[in-house]
Write a new protein. Structure first.
Ligand code: PLP
Length: 378
């Protein structure tokens, strides 16, 4: 019954829904749940770069990176990323989870200390645990706590590492990187920034969060990012010095013991990078949508966080409430996912809305209309 009604309304709104289709249970939905912020996953230039490389290389890479899986396509991508971000060297990993896990667990050990933002991605946390280093977590973006932890730790003579995301994936907050970078320098600690949600989105040419905080990208000793978000493809990279990248090739088990990403995916990612560097309008449009979204929400009394990025969480507290809101929206043709503990801290269940350049203002209008009802009736 509901579904028939839904189908009718979707047909009525057909023109409004000329939007990337998501097949969920055989139906098309308007999605606010993807991380394809720049709309590159189905960009014609990205798709055709992938097709051409498929014809040249075939589908699979057939091997691990250091055996026979590494191709010219991987190398070109690594060189382009190093140039783009001003790093000496970069290394393509098979996904962001593996990159973070491999970097942190292979470079640091029980004699070292790791300080990480409490909301850092699971892969960073798992890397820190796997490293056996002394692992300390500081409250989200709390630079005073970080500073205190670092200063309390003056005696140890192991290596120190500070870990943060650039833009936090579940909250949309931008880390105070200027302060964090200063703390790292003052305390002789290395800085690792996972800028998965910042690269492509922030900075004039999309170099990411550090650039947006008026720092050079290579202000981080190690920069990591997944290609699964703004790049719209798959895989990940690590950027750092020659010595660190060389060490990762030798010691990072998540690099050594896995199949290389398909060359066609590396070629597609290089095409994405070109678009990221040249099409500033995508960042501009995304910013305008964020502002429009926040304006509408404020007018309707929908509670927002301070996030100024494409990630706009609406914190609802209980998991049940978040699920009811998500369900209500789904029945109206909208995909907005509930994010619950342990992905986010206890009692901070939320719906996570992510905006992409493929959204139009009327999509946001339709979302808002339903969101008010969903929240009020949940
Ligand atoms: C998605 C994500 C990852 C993991 O990347 P995958 O390529 O999906 O494995 C790592 N860090 C952050 C911040 C992410 O959002």
């Amino acid at each position: 019954m509901l579904l028939t009604k839904l189908e009718e309304s979707l047909i009525q709104r057909k023109n409004n829904f000329e939007f990337r289709d998501h097949s969920v249970q055989g139906k098309n939905y308007l999605s606010f749940a993807t991380n394809d912020y720049l709309g590159l996953a189905n960009h014609p230039a990205v798709v055709s770069a992938c097709e051409n490389a498929l014809k040249k290389y075939g589908v699979g890479s057939s091997s691990a990176y250091l055996i026979a899986g590494y191709t010219k396509a991987h190398q070109e991508l690594e060189e382009a990323l190093a140039n783009f971000l001003g790093f000496k060297a970069t290394l393509v990993f098979s996904c962001g989870y593996m990159a973070n896990l491999g970097v942190v667990s292979s470079l640091f050990s029980k004699h070292d200390v790791i300080f990480a933002d409490k909301l850092s991605h699971a892969s960073l946390i798992d890397g820190a645990i796997a490293s056996k280093a002394n692992f300390k977590r500081y409250p989200h973006c709390d630079v005073n706590s970080l500073n205190n932890l670092c200063e309390l730790d003056q005696q140890s003579n192991g290596n120190k590492l500070i870990i943060t995301e650039g833009v936090f994936g579940m909250d949309g907050t931008v880390a105070p990187l200027k302060e964090i970078s200063a703390i790292s320098k003052r305390n002789n600690a290395m800085l690792l920034v996972d800028d998965t949600h910042g690269i492509g989105i922030l900075g004039h040419e999309g170099q990411g969060s550090l650039k947006a905080c008026n720092l050079e990208s290579n202000c981080a000793d190690i920069l990591t990012s997944s290609f699964g978000k703004a790049f719209g493809t798959y895989g990940a990279f690590v950027a750092s010095s020659h010595v660190i990248i060389e060490s990762l090739k030798q010691f990072a088990r998540t690099y050594l013991y896995t199949t290389a990403i398909p060359p066609a995916i590396a070629s597609a990612t290089l095409a994405s990078l070109n678009i990221i560097q040249t099409e500033n309008w995508r960042r501009q449009k995304l910013l305008e949508l964020v502002q429009y979204f926040r304006l509408c929400a404020n007018q309707l009394g929908i509670p927002l966080t301070s996030s100024q990025t494409a990630i706009q969480p609406i914190i609802l507290g209980s998991s049940e409430k978040a699920l009811r809101v998500s369900q209500y929206l789904q029945e109206r043709g909208l995909v907005v996912k509930a994010i619950r503990p342990p992905t986010v801290p206890f009692a901070s269940a939320r719906i996570r809305i992510s905006l992409t350049v493929q959204h139009q203002k009327h999509h946001i209008d339709y979302l808002m209309e339903n969101l008010v009802h969903a929240i009020n009736s949940a």
